[in-house]
Design a protein around this ligand. Structure first.
Ligand code: G3H
Length: 496
């Protein structure tokens, strides 16, 4: 159970502690932040409201610990990460329980998130050992005017302190996708979890603590964004920020200093459907892509752009699948569960009402109880409706009927987002042409968008982000290249 057994030390007098300098602490603020259960809409957990002074101390400790960590052999860093991964998987049940209560993730998906996270940590350890063990040797005579008298040895060195800010929808998985690459590359790590999901993240952090990482190397600060948000992201001790979330990322990128940024900021993933597509496959992927975790995934299908000639048939197939989705509490492992907050539910409702006023066809009756919104397919959506462009982050999916492929590509590319997209057709030549034309970081051919497997590159164009994630890319993003040049007194040619 959450907060008990090996996790008892992270909890005291109804408030979860924060993690600094290798120990669990209560904030000197004496204040806490409440986490509302999306299903009951009552306070479920409380976490410490940390102060700016506590942030300063965490940064100082991180700086000191990082120096020693950078001198720790790569294989030893990997060994500790493997240990943390095993502990994480061993304790999947209490961590999953937090995900169910804090973010209303369906019970089975919550367990999957923790197991996937353990696998991600192990894979990162293995990948790090391989790619960080390799450097480069350059010789000078390949550049015009030079003799072979300089040998350049380049290798990858850590950046320093990495600040990781994951989102509510994957507070464990999108935390470890930042933590593990940072650590294997020799960096220290400061985690600022989202408010909804903070307790799951604290449990996950305790697994790293139990694995025995050095004091101060990793820490987890909880609190109000208004009090410590900007303070953290603008802190001079931070050498890199990896953020996943919404528009806040754009603000962070404007305020952060001259440091590497990795940002994933949402999407309006388009699903283009051609006449020759396997329509059963299309319907299955629209439902899976549009409604899993109630549409609260940045890679969810967020607009269907379908050739008019097959639209009726696909809409009917999707409707019959939507009718079978179970709606209710995450504890019952329902397909559709309450969205994360009341304000999210209100925002989604605003998009639905706008579509209604402007004449969209409702394939189901709009129904909401508290934060629970029943799945809704909106047909005959037009570009003048907000839902055609905005991200509901909820179980509402617009269908726009198109008369040509070009119309679909045009709609996709007119979006300010460009995370993922998908195209359904049996013609691989058309699929490649359309994929190349869509301005998105990844296009899936004949499948719904998805980030995983976690070692695949994952990146957004335009307002969807900066940089590329995926295990290998994240490790490479959290290092810099350092060169040592050997200058010989006279040119030396091998075998010469
Ligand atoms: O919500 C954003 C996540 O990166 C999406 O991950 O495709 O595994 O659901 P997912």
């Amino acid at each position: 159970m959450a907060g008990t057994g090996v996790f008892a030390e992270i909890f005291h007098e109804e408030v979860y502690k924060y993690y600094a300098d290798g120990e669990w602490r209560k904030s000197t603020s004496g204040k806490s932040v409440s986490i509302i259960n999306p299903t009951t809409r009552k306070v479920q957990f409380k976490v410490q409201a940390c102060t700016q002074e506590e942030v300063n101390k965490v940064m100082e400790a991180a700086k000191v610990a990082q120096k020693a960590w950078a001198r720790t052999p790569l294989w030893k860093r990997a060994e500790l990460l493997h240990k943390a991964a095993a502990i994480l998987k061993e304790h999947k049940a209490p961590i999953a329980e937090c995900l169910v209560k804090e973010i209303a993730k369906p019970a089975k998906d919550a367990v999957t998130e923790v197991v996937r996270s353990g696998d991600l940590v192990s894979y990162t350890a293995e990948e790090g050992v391989r790619i960080l063990g390799e450097g480069k040797l350059l010789v000078s005579d390949s550049f015009p005017g030079n003799e072979r008298n300089k040998y350049c040895l380049s290798s990858k060195v850590p950046l320093g302190v990495v600040l990781a800010i994951p989102p509510f929808n994957y507070p464990v998985n999108l935390a470890v996708s930042k933590i593990a690459p940072a650590l294997i590359a020799g960096n220290a790590l400061v985690l600022k979890p989202p408010t909804q999901g903070a307790v799951a993240a604290l449990h996950m952090m305790h697994c790293f603590h139990l694995a025995g990482f050095p004091k101060g190397l990793i820490s987890c600060i909880t609190g109000k964004g208004s009090e410590i948000g900007d303070f953290l992201t603008m802190h001079p001790g931070v050498n890199c920020i990896s953020f996943t979330g919404g528009d806040t990322g754009i603000a962070i990128s404007k305020k952060a200093g001259m440091i590497p940024l990795q940002m994933e900021l949402g999407g309006k993933d388009a699903c283009i459907v051609l006449e020759d597509a396997d329509l059963d496959l299309v319907a299955a992927n629209i439902v899976k892509g549009g409604f899993s975790y109630s549409g609260q995934r940045c890679t969810a299908v967020k607009v269907v752009l379908i050739m008019d000639s097959v639209a009726d048939e696909v809409v009917e197939k999707v409707k019959s699948k939507v009718a079978k989705l179970t709606v209710g509490p995450p504890e019952d492992d329902c397909d559709i569960t309450p969205v994360v907050t009341e304000s999210s539910a209100n925002f989604i409702e605003g998009l639905v009402m706008d579509a209604k006023e402007k004449g969209a066809t409702f394939c189901q009756e709009y129904r909401r109880e508290g934060n629970l919104i029943w799945p809704l397919l909106l047909d005959h959506v037009r570009p003048d409706m907000r839902i055609a462009w905005e991200e509901p982050f909820g179980p509402v999916l617009p269908v726009i009927r198109i008369l040509s492929v070009e119309e679909g590509i045009h709609h996709c590319n007119a979006s300010n987002f460009g995370l993922q997209g998908c195209v359904f057709t049996r013609d691989i030549n058309k699929a490649i042409m359309i994929s190349d034309a869509m301005e998105s970081g990844t296009i899936q051919i004949n499948s719904a968008p998805a980030r995983g497997p976690d070692h695949f590159p994952f990146q957004g164009l335009k307002d969807s982000g900066i940089g590329s994630q995926g295990i290998t890319n994240s490790i490479n993003m959290m290092v810099k290249v350092k060169s040592i040049v050997i200058n010989l007194p006279a040119p030396s040619y091998s075998m010469g």
